[in-house]
Design a protein around this ligand. Sequence first.
Ligand code: GTP
Ligand code: MG
Length: 197
Amino acid sequence: MQIKSAVFNMSARNLEACPDWNRPEFAFIGRSNVGKSSMINMLTNKDGLAKVSATPGKTQLLNFFVINEAWSLVDLPGYGYAKVAKSEKINFNESVGDYIEQRENLRLVFVLIDSRLPPQPIDLDFITWLAGCAAPFALVFTKADKQSVGKTQACISNFIASVSEFLSEAPPVIISSSKTRDGRVEILKSIEQHLRD
Ligand code: GTP
Ligand code: MG
């Protein structure tokens, strides 16, 4: 699939403020700093379209980008970021929860996982919650450029073993890097497939 145009449309602070349209939406979620905004820029070939920052917590609103005037990529605020952690409970924006649970336009959620880390409880907790929602999801292992292929594969095997304890079916897995552009074709293919369904 070709990306012919990619335009920022709006930021929403909650579900009610999301755009009133019938475009299919593909959302990116994951821990703060995992690379969600960078991935949107890589997919659209537009540096700076989504705001990237080395400081976690950059994306605070639900940001909608219109692609090919037909469908939308949604950059969601990251989970697990709290300046004052009140508890060890997973901290994710209430609007993100409402969006994923209730947004009818949502076709697929890409859950971004740092490919360098052993399974993080916060990611496992999030996926446990997500599995109870209707939206289908795929796992995208990010920043693969930062280590060897062997190490990435070992991390993914570990992660899949952890999620298979509570998921009845293994989710699709994509390896990505916003630096080398690995995973771009696979992500766009899965979007294309869900646009057709
Ligand atoms: P929040 O909006 O804070 O939730 O973060 P985010 O998930 O949108 O992450 P963002 O795209 O802002 O990237 C965070 C940092 O990681 C930035 O310094 C990026 O340059 C860097 N980064 C993102 N993706 C990659 C990647 O694939 N490879 C490398 N080497 N660095 C990356
Ligand atoms: Mg971001």
